[in-house]
Write a protein that binds this ligand. Sequence first.
Ligand SMILES: N[C@@H](CCC(=O)N[C@@H](CS)C(=O)NCC(=O)O)C(=O)O
Length: 413
Amino acid sequence: MHSSSSTSLLNSSFPIPHPEKSKSPSATSPIRRRFTIRMSLNDNPKPPDIPSSLLSSVTKLLWGPSLPPGLLISTVRTAWHSTWRLMMSQLAPSEPSGGYSRPASRFRADELTRQSPKTLHLYVGLPCPWAHRTLIVRALKGLEEAVPVSIAAPGTDGSWEFNDIRGSDGDILIPGRNNANGCRTLKQVYQLRRGGYNGRSTVPMLWDTETKEVVCNESYDIIQLFNSGLNGLARNPGLDLNPPSLRDEIEKWNRVIYPNVNNGVYRCGFAQSQEAYDKAVEELFNALDVLDAHLGSSRYLCGAKLTLADVCLFTTLIRFDLVYNGLFKCTKKKLIEYSNLHGYMRDLYQIPKVAETCNFRAIMDGYYRILFPLNPGSIRPVMPSGCEHEVLCRPHNRDSISLTDKSTEIFVS
Ligand SMILES: N[C@@H](CCC(=O)N[C@@H](CS)C(=O)NCC(=O)O)C(=O)O
């Protein structure tokens, strides 16, 4: 299945541990739908306006009318660097080496088996790649009615909030109301649980509307549940994205993708030392090279069948040129330069119902305007033309790769 180079990398060079629990479509016709992207988040945070006259008065007071630029620059740099470190330590906990260390999810899958599947509600945010996994599997399995969703948007302090917008953006998901209870913020929802909650209020979060309990806030557990735990309610119960025959291989790819790509882009963006960044960026692009080579002869990661590993890879790839390349300094290459990976991403994007889960405007806003320490001016760059819907709908010509397994088409109603 894998080329020899990818196999050796899989088995040796990549760090093995990752916190996720072990855990084809035929070519699709172009998605016909309106694709107007419009402003869809809450009022976005604006950096506080400090009048320039105030700033110049202060600097004049400190340095007189002719500023010594060297002193000014070193003062500002020292002050900024300390403040940046303080903010980053809140935003992105780090190891002593300056490497980003992702906190573990608090509510894991063992809760899932005890829930009544009829009272589940999903909370997501559209910028979030982890939440995006759950939206895709929910759509592919046909669970939209069985598991209603509420889509939050980042508020001014970066925490998740709901708004009163009822509109839609064509078929594309947009943030809006809390459809499960009256809470205005996700934090308030978490706090409704018995015993309250003071931890991180992350998306995705699966909520039980009857018991008012957090069922799970680990994306991989949620997609496993959606894949096989709710088949009695799913419109596509026959679709199995985690078949027993492929589990070892799915796991093997997850061990590459999670630390080096999914979390790898965050390790680049949230690195707090040059060494930590250098390591993260090297591991990220090594992994992308391996994936690109593998996907030259394999339609999906595990051959002709779409699996959970593909869903997990896709949500990082679709954000790559939009946000990770620029904001997270994943600059060695753009995704569009990887011909197999880019074709593979288009292939997944063109699966019916996947494009509707991709709100590019919300993704760009969510990263560029909210991750303040990485982009203090909060200026959102123009969307790269290669990331537009029309480009993503171009033929991928991947239908004939891995044709040996004909039993693998996915059916989406
Ligand atoms: N391990 C979690 C990670 C989820 C996560 O980090 N979500 C981010 C958005 S991308 C979040 O909600 N952060 C809010 C916070 O940390 O307060 C998963 O895979 O579900």
